[in-house]
Design a protein around this ligand. Sequence first.
Ligand code: COS
Length: 382
Amino acid sequence: MALDLETREQLIDTVRRFVTERLRPLEAKVSEDDAIPDEVLAEMRELGLYGLSIPEEFGGLDLSMEDECLVVVELGRTSPAFRSAFGTNVGIGSQGLVMFGTDAQKAKYLPGIASGEIITSFALTEPEAGSDSANVQTRAVRDGDHYVLNGVKRFITNANKADLFTVMTRTDPSKPGAGGVTALLVERDLPGLSVGKPEKKMGQQGAHICDVNFDNVRVPVENRLGREGEGFKVAMQVLDKGRLHISALCVGVAERLIADSVAYATERKQFGQAISNFQLIQGMIADSKTESLAAKALTMETARKRDAGQSVTMEAAAAKYFASEMVGKVADRAVQIFGGAGYVADHGIERFYRDVRIFRIYEGTSQVQQVVIARETLKRGG
Ligand code: COS
């Protein structure tokens, strides 16, 4: 639901203040500890951040995609690890349930997801199913009123905290591609489900990804999302939305890096004057600003189209492709503007440089986005 302008402004203002006053001072500590303090997570719950996209009747804020993107831009102005804590609840971990869940499934899980009591994860990727996500090998065999689930999922965000997984699994081995895939809601405490140790990563310390192993896990049939064989479409529609969310995040991080670059360039003196006076520095600032504005325009326009009920598969892929590549370039220029100070850890710029690298990979690599954009454009004839 779209907020009225005044409520929207209030929400954005509250989030901006939380980011500036509460989260930004903790960036270095979160990175060093590889953990977000519990009291900060509690404050995020209080603010309603876990339920941004959950329908109001289940306790969420039920934001339109446009409003969600505006809020996420604000959250991008700090280390992306903070957003990751509730990002799966808002996006890929909950939206299959929101879009395809039965009334009973929604009533059972969505209130806890909205409040942040239930943490969710989206379990699509496997060792042999990365970009080729129709190739899932995790297997669910029907046994009475249960499915018996076996297999392994890889790089699953928030798996170490998750209470509920949306698992894409093969129910029909006679259909090797997308048609044989089914989505199941799998509770964490079912016997046979185990989660591996968090991976050591290039960036975004404080956010975690792990393997999830299923060893004869019995999942009630009532926990199936949609019909058998519909799981790949569930995943793709969840990702259409998720890609827009990530685009907004990239814009927010870019805006932060541009502001930091401008502040540094204005203060840093070389050859007797602020380096912001030099046109070669100004050129980098201009390129970063232009690309960030373009990514924001594309993201917001696509969000409004989605809110209007249009299919945005192609546009969301284009936004994610452009915004994630854009923020990579903006981070690179920020390091360049900071010079030696950009390369050492004190200013946090090198940390952002590492943090943003994943945006070009997760929720579909840039190359997958190119494939989606080209296919849709060819289909539409231009
Ligand atoms: N919405 C609804 N349905 C969709 C869809 C979408 N966005 N995209 C595809 N589908 C449907 C297709 O219509 C097709 O259905 P039919 O068989 O009924 O025609 C089915 O799903 C298979 O689609 P397709 O043939 O395009 O599947 P591919 O195996 O060629 O996969 C890509 C296409 C590569 C685009 C897909 O696998 C993908 O997005 N991979 C990346 C996954 C990803 O983002 N992983 C990140 C990890 S999750 S954080």
